[in-house]
Design a protein around this ligand. Sequence first.
Ligand SMILES: O=C[C@H](O)COP(=O)(O)O
Length: 248
Amino acid sequence: MARRFFVGGNWKMNGDFASVDGIVAFLNQSCDSKAVDVVVAPPAPYLAYVKEKLKCGGVQVAAQNSYKVAKGAFTGEISPAMLRDLGINWVILGHSERRHVFGESDALIADKTVHALESGVNVVFCIGEKLEEREAGQTKEVNFRQLQSVVDRNIDWSRVVIAYEPVWAIGTGKTASPEQAQEVHEWIRQFLQDKVGLDVAATTRIIYGGSVTADNCVELAKKPDIDGFLVGGASLKPDFVKIVNARD
Ligand SMILES: O=C[C@H](O)COP(=O)(O)O
């Protein structure tokens, strides 16, 4: 079964009403692709606004984070229940900035993933090795360890997209080559086959993130195990539309 191409735009902590309006305008004009799932993740204060302003049925909205319980004394956090209340069905979890800037552990990310899925929110689950880990030959080990934390929890894989984002490629302009990305995506698919099953391995989308641009997306998208992208910087610009259409 062919896997539907998936392109996420992670706006990170960028934007104000003026720039958000600009992004929504180009999305509304040109992102109604019937062949691609497009999911954009604005900063939390703009989630409801973006959801309201997007007129393009093909573009969905994601949060950049959510916590592991529905409510309570957790200052600064947002819950999947609140996202559902806003009509938002996607969240990005395990992003390298959450792992490495905010110190989130594999266990916490797994708890957050399980809770989001149980609450009806689909998950873009991010994994990826740091440069020193790649140079030490630990790429497979690190990515498998991060994945194992959710394999152990018996999740509904049909509602998960895996984003492989090598930390050394994020925001650096140093994209993984199509061959480097394909190699890791193939390892991830094999890992899913060994640990979860053939069907999940065949159907789960594995997308690539790390300095994806309109210039490099077409070659990356030709690789058999690259099922889309998680785009940071370039998702703030009209070029994002070219990335959405990388497979055309
Ligand atoms: O979530 C997106 C990734 O961190 C990639 O960011 P980037 O495209 O700016 O390198």
